[in-house]
Design a protein. Sequence first.
Length: 291
Amino acid sequence: MELRHLRYFIAVAQRLHFAQAAEALGIAPPTLTVQIQEMERVLQVQLFRRTKRSVALTAAGEAFLVEARETIAQFERALHIGQRAGRGELGRIHIGYVGSAAFSGILQKQIRAFRKARPNVLVQATEHAMGELPALLEQGRVDVAFVRLPVELPPSLRAHVLARDAFCAAVPAEHTLASATGPIKARSLAGETFVVPEQDLGTREIARRGRFSPHIVSAPGTLLAVLTQVSVGAGIAIVPNVLTRAVNLPNVVFKTLAGEPIVSEVAAVFRKHEHSPATKRLIGQMTGTAD
């Protein structure tokens, strides 16, 4: 028995007239009669009482009508959900991010815009160590990652830059550099101890400009952990200047670095060949290629 048989049965049950039901269905009355008779043979029960003047549902027919209507309704709901999922209107997206993506506001901006456009897609965001995110993407445990470039990516992944900023120095408030006037020159940091964030581009570039090897005392991971180490006097840190607006931690002073700005970029990273319609919609939003 197929869905069309249920539709045939419902059409007759609603009209209690084979000719009218056949016309509504767009088939010949004899064909409809044969289809109903086949259903009754399969079910081994009579669904209609027929006379030359009338058609009526049997008790079995009335019970079957309830279930037939529910079956058709469930099928149409499933069809509708499948179509919506295929358009990226339903589903689940797991986002992995590093702290600076949240501090910059990029993470929040993209998620809020996506949730507004597709409120029925469940979006979850979890902070991860930056070095873990490429593997998590490849394994399918994360669908989109927000990272601070540069990050080494395998060929299966692609990055799209969402924001650019520059590095600055975070120093303990009691440090002599905290009260120094003007930008800090790279060579003046040669004798300092460094607390290094996950993205060490700024630290490496300052050391290159100042022609020294940085004395690294700690690499605690997240930017908040880095600034906490600075606040307790463990050393100085070269961090994204977005933190000057986003974080107000006691005993930490942010200082501008002299010379050409050391530029860093926050990017979304995703699989080149994404299959999830919902994730593809988010990627399209971020890259400006949405339908």
